[in-house]
Design a protein around this ligand. Structure first.
Ligand SMILES: Cc1ncc(COP(=O)(O)O)c(C=O)c1O
Length: 396
């Protein structure tokens, strides 16, 4: 049935698979199953006590109830610039090269509206995080998929982009460490990507939401570490993953001042910025991290080891994630992504996301988020093991 009050644009938004997984979970819970939710990537713990106190004190300041403005408070932008300098060795002008956001979701979702016109296209990772596609759909921009294949370490082959596509491409989006792939990229990769952006005259947009969540000593770089990258690149940083602030919405963008100015100009017409009390708390989180870094990765690294080892002991040799809170793994032979996720949830109450929720190239995989406490992860691994034994062959 055609819905009168629903735009056609909405039909191009996101994948309905996430909604399906929620429906399957509800069904399973109604049948009395104890559901273990390894589908959505919510943070494992709250922000530090100091950050929560800063937030509660800032809530009592009468002046913080004025419209904050989309640029972001000077304290927050300066803290962000100092944090970027300490973490990546990159100097930024906090006035022109830092912009506050209501989470990276806000910036990534709105970017296409700010920098493209209908009929343009953009290069998006496939598989990739769904808001990239949603942003293009809202802006009426075509997607050119950038396939990320296991055999290439999930890094793109820029030469495989059809030559004729480049003239319409306004920006290309990269995301390392990657959701859902949990793949990482080093500085040499970003040097190549910046060179491609320059040669092709496109903007390079890097989503660095998981910069503080890599394992085995790997420190994900910023694209802005590449000399001259600021001429062609912007990068998005999240307070949600690095500082457990997913609910108190805040993030920031850094990089090319013209692009940030354009995004800010758009947002000035759509929103009035982030609650000043949240900006104060986020500034405290950044300042404390500058003095005494406490990487968010430790808790997830422990969980990753525990969970992957438990799955391997059950006979499923899932690849070891190098970063993020996600394991990305092929489904056992003979299953589709959707079929596997659905049956696993029906039979054992373990919720995972079918890989094709993130794009065509995700078919054949599932994403499992290690977002439950350790004993629940072990329980999930036991149930998955039972499911695999009762439902056919286990891969490699
Ligand atoms: C790759 C990626 N980018 C951006 C976001 C959005 O994060 P934020 O909470 O900063 O809006 C997420 C959230 O899961 C993500 O996985």
């Amino acid at each position: 049935m055609v819905k009168k009050w629903r735009s056609r644009r909405l039909d191009r938004l996101g994948s309905s698979i996430f909604a399906e997984v929620i429906a399957w979970k509800n069904e399973a819970a109604e049948r009395g199953l104890d559901v273990i939710s390894l589908d959505i990537g919510t943070p494992a713990c709250p922000p530090s006590e100091e950050v929560r106190s800063a937030l509660s004190e800032a809530c009592l300041v009468p002046g913080h109830y004025q419209y904050p403005g989309t640029h972001g408070s000077p304290r927050f932008r300066e803290a962000a610039a100092r944090w970027i300098r300490r973490r990546f060795g990159v100097e930024l002008d906090p006035n022109r090269e830092v912009l506050s956001l209501m989470g990276t979701q806000d910036g990534l979702g709105h970017l296409a509206l700010a920098v493209t016109d209908p009929g343009d296209s953009a290069l998006l990772p496939d598989p990739g995080y769904p808001v990239y596609q949603a942003g293009l759909a809202v802006a009426g921009v075509e997607t050119v998929p950038l396939p990320l294949l296991e055999e290439n370490g999930y890094l793109p082959d820029f030469d495989a982009v059809p030559e004729e596509a480049w003239s319409k491409i306004k920006f290309m989006l990269l995301n390392y460490p990657s959701n859902p792939l949990s793949a990482v990229a080093d500085r040499a990769f970003f040097e190549r990507a910046v060179a491609v952006a320059r040669r092709r005259g496109v903007l390079l947009v890097h989503d660095n939401a998981y910069s503080e969540m890599a394992f085995d000593g790997f420190r994900p770089p910023s694209v802005l570490e590449v000399p001259g990258a600021i001429e062609v690149a912007v990068e998005f940083h999240s307070m949600s993953k690095s500082f457990h602030m997913a609910g108190s919405r805040i993030g920031f963008a850094v990089g090319n001042p013209d692009v940030l100015g354009t995004l800010r100009a758009l947002k000035e017409n759509l929103d009035f910025g982030v609650f000043l009390a949240v900006q104060e708390a986020a500034a405290v989180a950044l300042e404390r991290d500058i003095e005494n870094p406490q990487p968010a990765s430790a808790i997830y690294e422990r969980r990753r080891d525990l969970f992957v080892n438990a799955l391997r002991a059950e006979g499923w040799d899932v690849p070891l994630p190098r970063a993020t809170m996600f394991a990305w793994t092929p489904v056992p032979a003979g299953w589709t992504s959707r079929g596997f996720a659905r049956r696993l949830l029906e039979a054992e109450g373990v919720a995972v996301v079918p890989g094709n929720a993130f794009g065509e190239r995700g078919e054949g995989y599932v994403r499992i988020a290690v977002v439950e406490p350790e004993e629940r992860l072990l329980e999930a691994a036991r149930r998955i093991g039972r499911f695999l034994r009762e439902n056919g062959p286990v891969p490699g």
